[in-house]
Every structure is written in C-alpha cells, then in structure tokens.
Design a binder for this molecule. Sequence first.
Ligand SMILES: Nc1nc2c(c(=O)[nH]1)N[C@H]1C(S)=C(S)[C@@H](COP(=O)(O)OP(=O)(O)OC[C@H]3O[C@@H](n4cnc5c(N)ncnc54)[C@H](O)[C@@H]3O)O[C@H]1N2
Ligand code: MOO
Length: 432
Amino acid sequence: MHAQSRRRPVDVHREAVRTLIGPALAGARGVETRLVAEDLATAGAGATVGSRVVASGVLAAIDLPGFDNSQMDGYAVRAVELAGATPSDPVELPVAAPVPAGTQPPPLAPGTAAPVMTGAPIPHGADAVIRIEEADPPAFPEPGATATVRFSAPVAPGTFVRRAGSDVAAGDVVVPAGTWLGPAQVGVLVASGVSEVEVAEPPHVLLISTGSELVEAGEPLGPGQLYDANGAALTAALAEVGCRVTHRVVPDDPAALRGVLAEAPDDVALVVTSGGVSAGAYEVVRQTLTDAWFGHVAVQPGGPQGLGTITLGEASASRSAPRAFPLVAFPGNPVSALISFELFLRPVLAEATGAVPAHRARGRAPLADAIDSPEHLHQVRRGRLGADGRVEMVGGPGSHLLAHLAMATLLVHVPPGVGHLDTGDDVDYWEI
Ligand SMILES: Nc1nc2c(c(=O)[nH]1)N[C@H]1C(S)=C(S)[C@@H](COP(=O)(O)OP(=O)(O)OC[C@H]3O[C@@H](n4cnc5c(N)ncnc54)[C@H](O)[C@@H]3O)O[C@H]1N2
Ligand code: MOO
C-alpha cells in the first residue's frame, strides 16, 4: 500500500482519542470537593473556582432580588391613585421622605409619592415607579423640603418594580449539576446566599514538553536553543477547556521521560506530550513508549501523532504499584502541537468538562487569495476575515509559523482531495 493512503483520517484519529481518554476523564469528574464562601468570593483569583463544574444542583438560599425594589430612579406610587392623570389634569401628590439604600422604608402613606433610587426597596403599599424624568418637576426636591410632584399619565401596577424572587426564588435550583462555574455562576451563588457548593475536580493533565533544545521562559538562550513555546501554549489551551495542568520539560533522554512519568501525580487523568514523535534520530517519546501507537494522520500541520495507554511498572520513591495512563503525543512544531490540540483533544476535553462549547464557531466564506494544498491531506491554514467578508491567509502553511497563528482569527480547512482553490472559492473555517 502507498504510504500516503495509510494515513489515518482526522475523524478516525479524533474518535480514537475519545475512546482512549473518555473513561479516564469520566473517572476524574467523579472526584468531588467542597468550595466554601471564601472560595466563591475570591473566584476572581481563578485557581480555585474558575475551573470547576458543579457536582450537584445548588439551591438558592434567599430570593433574588431579595426584596421588591425599584428598577429606576423615580417616585414610588400607588398606581390606582394615578388612574385619572392627564397632561391637562395631572395628579398632584405630596412628596414623602426619600428611601435611603440599605434600609427598610416605612409604608407609603396613601396619597403620597416617595423618592426611590434604583435598587432601593419599594415602600409597602406602593406598586409602581414613575421615572423622575416623567415627573413634574423632573428633579427630586431637597431631602426634608416640603414639596409636591405632578404626574400627567396613569401607570400600570408593577411598572419598574423588580419583584422579590423574580430572578430566582429561595429553594429553587440556581445552578444545575454539571454547570461550569464561570463568572455569572459564581456571582449568582454569592448573590443568592450560597456559602458551600460541591464541585467536580477538573481533570488533571500531565503535560510534558520534550526536546534537549528547550529552555524555560526567562532563562538565557544558548546556541541552537529555543524557548518552550509548546509548554506555555498547551498549558493555556488545556486550562481554557477546564483542565488542571502539571507541566514538565524533559530532554531527548528516555530515562528522563520515564523518570517524569514514574513521578506523575496520582490523580493524573491524561498525559500529553509534545515533540519526539517523527522520524529523527532522537525521538524520545516514540523510543520510550514502545506500547503506544505512532503513525501519521492525514493532516498538515499535525501529521505525526502518538496515542496509547502507558503502564509504569517500575516502583518509584513514592509508590510501589504500576499505574496506567492514557497518553496523547503531539508533534513538536508549535503550530502542529496547537492544531493537533484543536482537532483531536479540545473537542473531547470540552465535552467532558463542559467548560467551553465542544465545537468552535464555524463558517464558510469565499477566499481572498488562491491557495494550494497537498491533495492527500486535510490542510489547516491560518486566516482572518477581511473587511469585505472574504477569508485572507495569514502566513503560509509551515508548522513553525507560530507568530502567524497568533495573529490569525480563523483556522481555514482545505479537505483531502482538494489540491487548489481559487480566489472566490468558498472555504470552511473555525473561529479561534
Ligand atoms: N524525515 C521526516 N522528518 C520529519 C517528518 C517526517 O515525516 N519525516 N515529519 C515532520 C513533521 S510534519 C513534523 S510536525 C515534525 C514533528 O517532529 P517531532 O514531533 O519529532 O518534534 P521535534 O523533532 O522534537 O521538534 C520539531 C520542531 O518543533 C520544535 N519544538 C519542539 N518542542 C518545542 C517546544 N516545546 N516549544 C517550541 N518548539 C518546539 C523543535 O525545536 C523543532 O523545530 O517532524 C518533521 N520531520
Ligand atoms: O505535520 Mo507537521 O505537523 O506539518 O509540521
């Protein structure tokens, strides 16, 4: 068989990834911990809350809003008293004491109108709010001054009144089980008086950058060395889909890779590697993980891939029993690594965590430039939408062009079987 026809289709490899890692991710989601009020309130700090899924449905402890309050700055009135108001025959009412925020006002005396500010409680007896700009005069009197106010139109009961419990009522489910704890969810939990929630632990991913040429960010570079871009980029990509990441860098030395795997944290659900999978003389991932599948997927970038369950039989300082991990091995070229993540891992992880939609927003638009693509491969080019709605290329197809990927807003898909597209031909894209 010709080598090119043995390449695995993209969809087949994605399903293989899903089949391999699905059970481990489901297991990871089974672990629950408790977040308390303090964790919720400091969610902005990110680490504790911003990466969790609610394990069991959370009930609101109090009504939201907690009390009937005004949606506008204006006058709280009894609607029935304004029934006959017209511009030529306005209803004139004495102005009651204003309602200060954070207090319970006295009941509204019949035949009066009380100044009330947005969010302040509606006095008992009032059932509508007239906006200040619709009152005559359209400005509040000085507090304590004796004044009257005229209204020239009737008002429907309930106007600009935000009813207690109209957002969520005490005892109702405010955040259902399985919901990603994002900013709005954390906000509503705090607002509705919740002080503890059960959350699922995010899947813990051990990310290993391989390559003797790699230098960590901030260190000086020697000749032939480069910074570990994949470590940073894949950490960010994994975090975005709701994973917790432990990151290690290993040189092209099987003993070093084995050592890092042997010391993998106990709760690791998945190992992801970058580099060391192609045909070179020092392919550390391929050489070390002899039980895994290594082959080519019919895609560019991201052709060379590895996948398998790795069992660590050796005892280590911290444990005696062997352990098995699913492992996904990406190629080292930075664009290849990130596009591999987009194609094979992101959809599967996003589905498992619920952190982001499983699919990128997709579209189809005409090309601004003609492009060529290897006919036997699915090519993923980087692009952006021009002002005229056409898809412009950002850089060439090379898998080292990380700056161009960083400037792109679209992944442009040229399917297998297509060797050339002309200006104006439609292409499918994903928004990134
Ligand atoms: N004879 C062949 N050579 C290559 C083939 C092939 O089929 N036959 N495939 C090419 C393709 S396609 C790719 S993609 C790469 C995959 O290479 P590896 O996964 O083995 O990766 P390395 O050789 O370790 O590195 C490739 C490239 O990426 C840089 N790199 C690696 N790790 C990082 C990192 N963490 N941060 C930034 N840059 C990284 C590395 O320095 C190399 O430049 O193989 C082709 N070759
Ligand atoms: O398939 Mo490699 O990922 O192009 O550079």
